[in-house]
Design a protein around this ligand. Structure first.
Ligand code: NAD
Length: 306
């Protein structure tokens, strides 16, 4: 991609920009925020690491949405993170008006871009952004599952001692505590994870995955997670910019898949140069289907608040 813009130069936005620049996933990178000086300062700080980290990405900051012009992708990290004790749904009202402005600006200035939503509650706001933009669902999607599966992978690596690189996990559903980690679709070097871990250990891991964001927030108190979310965003960007056709769980607008429509939530999806080009339907068993339906019901309840 030639140009990527990140709206919201806060913690997630800045950390994402560092990775995208270092990995040279685009030639031009713009950070947009509302307080003049702040996105420019963040961008300059990253730019000044270019010779040390060895990249040629041009990083700039702006407060004028016109800077989005020509973007191939717009990543939305603008908005309030939750505070300790809050759920992601608790920031819906606060973030809705921000996302309304962000989507209007993107449609106006970058009409051909892909829109990757990150701001929470990400499932609901992806649905909202898709509706408001009027764009095809291949160009409006959200980040959640890449992060949730990375958390599950890390916990399995810590528990077993095996390389995280050999672990492939799968988490479906809404990006909340009712997400659905699927141990039946999780393996270590192609060997089902159940070969290595008993039911108690797997339950510990899936429970910790569901509350992984809250665990970090409770420890840090003054900030939610941003380094692993940024790595998850960059993984999705890499899949798209290199046309890898990677299968990653992404927040996708559903149109009959899994028997659901009228909402967006995390399902395995194919990422390639056209964006989110395909949704993979897994053959879920009764327990998995019930957990997925319960998660969908929570997302739907939030969509009804829009
Ligand atoms: P932050 O407070 O550090 O940064 C948010 C930034 O958005 C601030 O700099 C703020 O000035 C900016 N902003 C607000 N309104 C704006 C507007 N209209 N235009 C441009 N910028 C605007 O917060 P953070 O920790 O970076 O988190 C950002 C969001 O990402 C939160 O909603 C958080 O919950 C979410 N998040 C999602 C995931 C995920 O997996 N989907 C992971 C982590 C964080």
């Amino acid at each position: 991609m030639k140009k990527i813009s990140i709206i919201g130069a806060g913690r997630v936005g800045e950390s994402t920009a560092q990775i995208l620049a270092k990995e040279e996933l685009c030639r031009e990178l713009v950070l947009l925020d509302i307080h003049d000086g702040m996105p420019q300062g963040v961008a300059l700080d990253i730019q000044e690491s270019a010779s040390l980290l060895g990249f040629d990405t041009r990083v700039t900051g702006a407060t004028d949405a016109a800077a989005l012009a020509g973007s191939d992708m717009v990543i939305v990290t603008a908005g309030f993170p939750r505070k300790p004790g809050m759920s992601r749904s608790d920031v819906l009202e606060a973030n809705l008006s921000i996302i309304a402005t962000v989507v209007d600006n993107t449609v106006k200035h970058a009409p051909d871009a892909m829109l990757m939503m990150v701001t929470n509650p990400v499932d609901v706001l992806t649905w909202y952004a898709w509706q408001k933009s009027g764009w095809p669902r291949s160009r409006v999607f959200g980040q959640s599952g890449a992060l949730d599966t990375a958390r599950m992978t890390s916990f399995i690596a810590l528990e077993t001692g095996f390389s995280a690189k050999d672990i492939s996990a799968m988490v479906l559903g809404g990006h909340g505590d009712a997400m659905v980690p699927l141990t039946r679709f999780t393996d270590i070097a192609g060997i089902p994870v159940g070969h290595f871990l008993d039911a108690d250990a797997l339950k510990r891991i899936t429970d910790r995955t569901r509350t992984g964001g809250g665990e970090i927030l409770a420890l840090k108190q003054s900030s939610s997670a941003y380094d692993s979310p940024a790595a998850a965003i960059a993984t999705m960007v890499d899949a798209i910019s290199h046309n890898r056709r990677r299968i990653l769980p992404c927040v996708s607008v559903l149109d009959g898949e899994y028997g659901l429509s009228g909402l967006a939530m995390g399902v395995p999806s194919v990422l390639d140069e056209s964006g989110l080009s395909e949704i993979i339907e897994l053959d879920l068993n009764d327990d998995e289907r019930a957990a997925f339906a319960a998660s969908a019901a929570l997302v739907r309840a939030d969509i009804e608040r829009l």
